[in-house]
Design a protein around this ligand. Structure first.
Ligand code: ATP
Ligand code: MG
Length: 183
């Protein structure tokens, strides 16, 4: 799975529609303090289903919506769309044959939340299910943040196992079993 493009609008400091393409194998994002580098990572995590505002460095979930600046009024909707290439066939189920998949999340000031898969409205669970076992969940290892390596090294075997199960692709089956048992 390769992230090909991020489209943001009204998300944190990205008030105007912004496209960030990732065309080469490695992309660096550089800029002065406070220019929005970490906001790009927050955007990725948000779409992948992050449900804790604290992990997105905010208080409430609607804090991701552009809140205005000296020059600009606040806006009422934040949306982020990620486009992935499925060249290594990590996606399973109905999306297995897709070359590309786009995942979008939108939130309004009233707190209404929407998710889309290839432009079709879907549930949050459809997105988390889709990425489970690909290493791309909101707390998975695709995003390695500050302090994470030392947390991993020091973590308990049970916690480490969660990462190994995700890498091995079995977490999705465990989740399905939990689902079935809870029905
Ligand atoms: P550093 O180099 O210090 O890590 P950075 O480039 O990672 O900086 P970010 O933390 O991504 O910077 O961006 C911080 C900026 O985003 C701040 O100027 C902050 O005001 C702005 N910001 C965050 N949330 C919002 C919001 N909801 N509305 C408007 N601006 C926001
Ligand atoms: Mg930063």
């Amino acid at each position: 799975m390769k992230l090909k493009q991020i489209k943001l609008a009204g998300f944190k400091s990205f008030v105007d529609p912004t496209k960030i393409p990732f065309e080469k194998a490695l992309t660096g994002i550089i800029g002065p303090n406070g220019c929005g580098k970490s906001n790009v990572i927050d955007a990725v995590r948000w779409v992948l289903g992050e449900s804790s505002a604290k992990h997105l460095r905010g208080g409430a979930m609607t804090d991701v919506i552009f809140s205005g600046s000296n020059a600009r009024n606040p806006v009422s909707v934040a949306s982020v769309e990620l486009t992935f290439e499925n060249q290594d066939g990590r996606l399973v189920g109905q999306y297995a044959s897709y070359q590309e998949i786009s995942v979008k999340r939108q939130v309004t000031r009233d707190g209404d939340a929407f998710y889309f898969l290839n432009g079709q409205k879907c549930r949050r669970k459809d997105i988390t299910d889709l990425f489970m076992g690909t290493g791309l969940g909101p707390r998975s290892y695709a995003i390695i943040e500050q302090g994470m390596i030392s947390r991993l090294i020091e973590s308990k075997p049970q916690d480490l196992r969660v990462f190994i199960e995700e890498a091995a692709g079995i977490s999705r089956y465990k989740e399905r079993r939990r689902d079935t048992e809870n029905r």
